[in-house]
Write a protein that binds this ligand. Structure first.
Ligand code: ATP
Ligand code: FE2
Length: 342
């Protein structure tokens, strides 16, 4: 069984082709570079419309379209205009190939590709990206959102901060580089708002405070020391990642899992991985991060979740392929996890 997965929930267009043995035959993404003001949903959608065609042409050089058995697409959550283009592309493809179509949940896709490509079996997943910040776990027959942000996602927080100080997109990458150059180590970093509540967190206060600090670079802080933009980047990372690590630790006890998996674009960050790794060692649980191509948004994860659901009897009727911008992981009927496997 071969499935072609289309991903286009936000700023990345992805096509993945994967077999029911979990062999990835094609997996490529193209990122939309937003203008200085940030993502414009309509432009992101136009980007998907162009790049789906480009990527499909490339994919069909690798595999004959006739060999595709199933078309899968991310039905939500995400930006309406982007989702609409992806759904339209998926419908057109399924109809022209005369194959079944299946709409899947993007967040669950991240978890399942992580489980396929790492040894994780039943992890607590910290999913951190430009549009999402959630802690997910399979509890009581569903993927539950055990913790989440009350406002903006961590990737968005980093990208907005970067934009405000003129760093390129995607900001997380450049903030990480700057932070590595900071000399403000350990306890010696700038105090910024640390806002967690149970297993949830809030990042907009932190973002506002960090931007304010970055505008006051030549002034001194309370300790009367001057600080650099590198120090603000470092402090922003330390504060945000400590919050993420603390809520993950709490969720771990709550969900009673023995593995932690980190997924999403922000999983590329070395410092975040280091903090989580240390916490997992202290808690005596395994820590896994999928390889980079399967961490950020990608088509293979959508194809793989399509296969899991299809093999367990689910297809989507053409009339039910409407996009679901607020599709939460806990709305998914999980029919592919067998209790004996856990
Ligand atoms: P989603 O649709 O799941 O919200 P996305 O469109 O944001 O995903 P991803 O590739 O999952 O796409 O994540 C992109 C985010 O990851 C951006 O916010 C980017 O700044 C962040 N990021 C990428 N590399 C790093 C890094 N090294 N450190 C921190 N953040 C990073
Ligand atoms: Fe994602």
């Amino acid at each position: 069984l071969i499935c072609l997965g289309l991903e286009g929930t936000a700023e990345k267009t992805g096509i993945g082709i994967i077999t029911d043995d979990g062999e990835v035959l094609f997996n490529k993404t193209i990122i939309y570079k937003p203008p200085l003001q940030g993502i414009n949903p309509r432009e992101a959608a136009d980007h998907h419309a162009e790049t789906f065609i480009k990527l499909l042409k490339e994919a069909f050089n690798v595999i004959d379209p006739k060999d595709i058995d199933l078309v899968s697409f991310s039905q939500g959550p995400g930006l309406g205009p982007s989702l609409r283009v992806s759904a339209t592309a998926a419908r057109a493809l399924a109809l022209s190939l005369n194959k079944p179509i299946i709409g899947v949940n993007h967040c669950v896709g991240h978890v399942e590709i992580g489980k396929l490509t790492t040894p994780a079996k039943d992890p607590l997943t910290l999913y951190v990206s430009g549009g999402n910040t959630q802690i997910l776990a399979y509890v009581g027959d569903k993927y539950r959102v055990i913790g989440e942000t009350h406002d903006i996602a961590i990737g968005n927080c980093l990208d907005q901060f970067a934009r405000s100080c003129g760093l390129p997109h995607p900001g997380g990458v450049y903030i990480e580089q700057m932070a590595k150059k900071s000399e403000a180590k350990d306890e010696n970093y700038l105090k910024l708002p640390y806002t967690i509540k149970g297993m949830d967190l809030s990042l907009s206060g932190l973002l506002t405070a960090a931007i304010k600090k970055s505008k006051e670079l030549n002034k001194t802080d309370k300790s009367n020391e001057t600080y650099t933009l590198e120090d603000v980047c470092y402090s922003l990372q330390e504060t945000a990642f400590a919050m993420l690590t603390e809520i993950t630790e709490r969720a771990l006890a709550h969900a009673n899992k023995s593995e932690v998996m980190l997924v999403g674009g922000v999983a590329a960050n070395d410092r975040l991985k280091e903090m989580l790794q240390k916490m997992c060692e202290e808690q005596n649980v395994e820590f896994y991060v999928p390889e980079k191509q399967f961490c950020g948004d990608n088509g293979a994860m959508i194809g793989w979740l399509g296969i899991l659901q299809y093999k367990n009897g689910k297809i989507t009727k053409m009339g039910d392929t409407k996009i679901m911008p607020n599709y939460r992981a806990d709305m998914v009927n999980v029919n592919w996890i067998k209790h004996d496997d856990l």
